[in-house]
Design a protein around this ligand. Structure first.
Ligand code: GDP
Length: 527
C-alpha cells in the first residue's frame, strides 16, 4: 500500500464502544449492528444471554466473559467503512474494564431506555468519556413501548449529562401507536413495521411531513405530530459536526433495537460523522494515526476461562502503522523486541489469526505474564502512550493467607493480578497487612479463585477500615515528608510503588485534604 492509500484505509476505520445502563438494550443493538454488517446471518446469536444469575455466580460470568473474549472486539464492514465495536462488560463489578476500554475508542454510542431515561451507570460512563472529550452519538431505545415524553428525555440528557442534544430524527408516536421516525433534516418519514426484528427490514419511506401519504400514515395524530415537530425544531439544538466531534453535542436517534428499527438510520449517521482513528498523545510526542510505523497500547487483559484456551489475552489498540503477522515489535517498558506471530482477532465469533491490522484496529496478544495494562509497543521507538488510568477502588479487604509460608507466592500473585488490572493492591507503610481494592465486589472472588488456581495460594478476606483511596503527591519534598510522618498510619504503597492515602471515611479524607492543601489527592492514576 502506498502512503496515501494507507491513510485512506485508516480513515475508513471507525472504532467505538457502546455505553448504557444494564437492560437498556446494548446486547440487542449489538446484534442488529452485526446483522447490518453481515457479520451474522440472523440476529440473536451474539452470545448466550446472561440469565438472571445470582450475584455470587461469578464463575459462570467469568466463563461467559471467557467465551466473550471472542466477542470482545467485533469488526464488520458497513458501507465504505470498517467498523470496530469494542464490547464492554455488562456487570458493573467489572466497570474498570469498561472505563479502560473507553480509552481505546474514538467515539461511543450511548443507548438510553426511553422509558427510564438517563440512569446511574450512564452518568458514570459519561464522566469517563468526558476525560477525553469522546464524541457521543445517542440512541433512545424501546420506542415500541410506552416510553416517557421524548422531549422530557431529551431535556434529561441535556440537564443530567451536561451535553447539548440535537435530534436527527423524531419518533412518530410510541408503543402500539409507533409509526416510525421522521428525519428533521431530510424531511423523510421512515415507516416502522413490527415483527421485522430478525431481518434486515426494508427502508419504507414517505417524502414530506406534509404530504398526503404522511397524512394517511399518521391519521388522527397528523396535526398533533406536525405541531410537535415544529416545536421540537424551535426548541432543540441543531446538529453541528464540530460540536459533536468536540464532545459537546450529541446527535440523537430514536428507534427500537428489538424491532430493528431506527438502527439503520443511526448507523448511517454514525459512519458518516464518527471520527476516524485519532492521533494519540505519548509522553514523548504526539503520534499521528497515519504514521507508517507501528505503535499501540494495551488497555485490557482478560484471563480466559475457556478451557480450550487457558491463556490470558492482552488487548492492544493500534495507534499508528500496521501489524503484520510475524513482525517484530518493541515491548517498550521492558526494552525487549518480541516477534508476534500469533496475534488474534475475534471476527465472527471465532478466534482467528490476524494477518494484518492497521491503526484503529484492536488485536489480541497472548500474554504469559509479561504484559501489563498501559504497556506501549512500537517498532523500536521509545514511546509511552498516556491516558490509560487506574481508578481509585471503592471496596477494600485485608487479605490473609491460610498458610503463612506462602507469603512470596501471594505477593507475586497479587502483583501480577494488579498489573493486569484484575485488582489493586496496597501495602500499608506501618504494618505487614496487604489490602486489596476493587471497584466491584465480584473482583474479590475472581482474585481469590485465581490465586488458588494459578498461584496455589489459599487466601481469605477480612474487613478493613478503609473507605476510599487517593494517590498522593506533593511538589514540596519537605511538606511531603511531614505529611508522611503525620499521616503514616493511613499511607500505603500500591502495586506500582505509588504513595496512596487510605481513608477510613469520606470525612477523614476531606479533613486531611483541608489540612494539607499542598498535597495532591488524585482519584485516578496513569498506568
Ligand atoms: P443490555 O443489558 O443493555 O445488554 O440489554 P439487552 O439488550 O439485553 O436488553 C434488555 C431487555 O430489553 C431484553 O429483554 C430485550 O429484549 C429488551 N429490549 C431491548 N431493546 C428493546 C426494544 O427496542 N423494545 C423492547 N420492547 N424491548 C427491548
Amino acid at each position: 500500500m502506498s502512503g496515501s492509500n494507507f491513510v485512506n484505509e485508516i480513515n475508513k476505520r471507525r472504532t467505538f464502544a457502546i455505553i448504557s445502563h444494564p437492560d437498556a438494550g446494548k446486547t440487542t443493538i449489538t446484534e442488529k449492528l452485526l446483522l447490518f454488517g453481515n457479520a451474522i446471518q440472523l440476529a440473536g446469536s451474539v452470545k448466550g444471554k446472561r440469565g438472571p444469575h445470582a450475584k455470587s455466580d461469578w464463575m459462570t460470568m467469568e466463563q461467559e466473559r471467557g467465551i466473550s473474549v471472542t466477542s470482545s472486539v467485533m469488526q464488520f464492514p458497513y458501507q465504505e467503512r470498517t467498523v470496530n465495536l469494542l464490547d464492554t462488560p455488562g456487570h458493573e463489578d467489572f466497570s474498570e474494564d469498561t472505563y479502560r476500554t473507553l480509552t481505546a475508542v474514538d467515539s461511543v454510542l450511548m443507548v438510553i431506555d426511553g422509558a427510564k431515561g438517563v440512569e446511574d451507570r450512564t452518568i458514570k460512563l459519561m464522566e469517563v468519556c468526558r476525560l477525553r472529550d469522546t464524541p457521543i452519538l445517542t440512541f433512545i431505545n424501546k420506542m415500541d413501548r410506552d416510553i416517557r415524553d421524548p422531549i422530557e428525555v431529551m431535556d434529561e440528557v441535556e440537564d443530567v449529562l451536561k451535553i447539548a442534544a440535537a435530534p436527527i430524527n423524531w419518533p412518530l408516536g410510541m408503543g402500539k401507536e409507533f409509526k416510525g421516525v421522521y428525519n428533521l433534516y431530510t424531511d423523510t418519514l421512515h415507516i416502522y413495521q413490527s415483527g421485522m426484528g430478525h431481518t434486515l427490514p426494508e427502508d419504507i419511506r414517505i417524502e414530506g411531513l406534509h404530504s398526503d401519504a404522511a397524512s394517511e400514515l399518521l391519521g388522527a395524530y397528523a396535526d398533533d405530530i406536525r405541531e410537535e415537530i415544529e416545536l421540537v425544531r424551535g426548541a432543540t439544538h441543531t446538529f453541528d459536526l464540530d460540536e459533536y466531534l468536540a464532545g459537546r453535542l450529541t446527535p440523537v436517534f430514536f428507534g427500537t433495537a428489538l424491532g430493528n428499527f431506527g438502527v439503520r438510520e443511526m448507523l448511517d449517521g454514525f459512519v458518516k460523522w464518527a471520527p476516524p482513528p485519532q492521533d494519540r498523545e505519548a509522553r514523548q510526542r504526539q503520534v499521528l494515526a497515519g504514521e507508517e510505523k507501528f505503535s499501540g497500547f494495551v488497555f485490557k487483559i482478560q484471563a480466559n476461562m475457556d478451557p480450550k484456551h487457558r491463556d490470558r489475552v492482552a488487548f492492544m489498540r493500534l495507534c499508528s502503522g500496521r501489524y503484520t503477522r510475524g513482525m517484530k515489535m518493541r515491548h517498550v517498558r521492558i526494552g525487549k523486541d518480541v516477534k508476534i506471530a500469533d496475534a488474534v482477532t475475534f471476527l465472527a465469533g471465532d478466534r482467528s489469526a490476524v494477518e494484518e491490522a492497521i491503526s484503529g484496529d484492536i488485536i489480541g496478544l497472548h500474554n504469559h505474564g509479561t504484559i501489563q495494562i498501559g504497556d506501549t509497543f512500537s517498532e523500536g521507538e521509545e514511546l509511552k502512550f498516556t491516558g490509560i488510568p487506574h481508578f481509585a477502588p471503592e471496596l477494600f479487604r485485608r487479605i490473609r493467607l491460610k498458610d503463612p509460608l506462602k507469603t512470596k507466592q501471594l505477593q507475586k500473585g497479587l502483583q501480577q493480578l494488579s498489573e493486569e488490572g484484575s485488582t489493586q493492591v496496597f501495602f500499608p507503610l506501618h504494618s505487614n497487612d496487604i489490602v486489596v481494592g476493587a471497584v466491584g465486589v465480584l473482583q474479590f472472588e475472581v482474585v481469590a479463585y485465581r490465586l488458588r488456581d494459578e498461584y496455589k495460594v489459599e487466601a481469605i478476606y477480612e474487613n478493613v477500615n478503609v473507605n476510599t483511596a487517593r494517590w498522593v503527591d506533593c511538589a514540596d519534598e519537605k511538606k511531603l515528608e511531614e505529611f508522611k510522618r503525620k499521616c503514616g498510619d493511613n499511607l500505603a504503597l500500591d502495586g506500582g510503588g505509588h504513595l496512596t492515602y487510605l481513608a477510613p471515611t469520606r470525612v477523614n479524607l476531606s479533613l486531611t485534604q483541608e489540612r494539607y492543601p499542598d498535597v495532591e489527592f488524585r482519584a485516578t492514576r496513569e498506568h
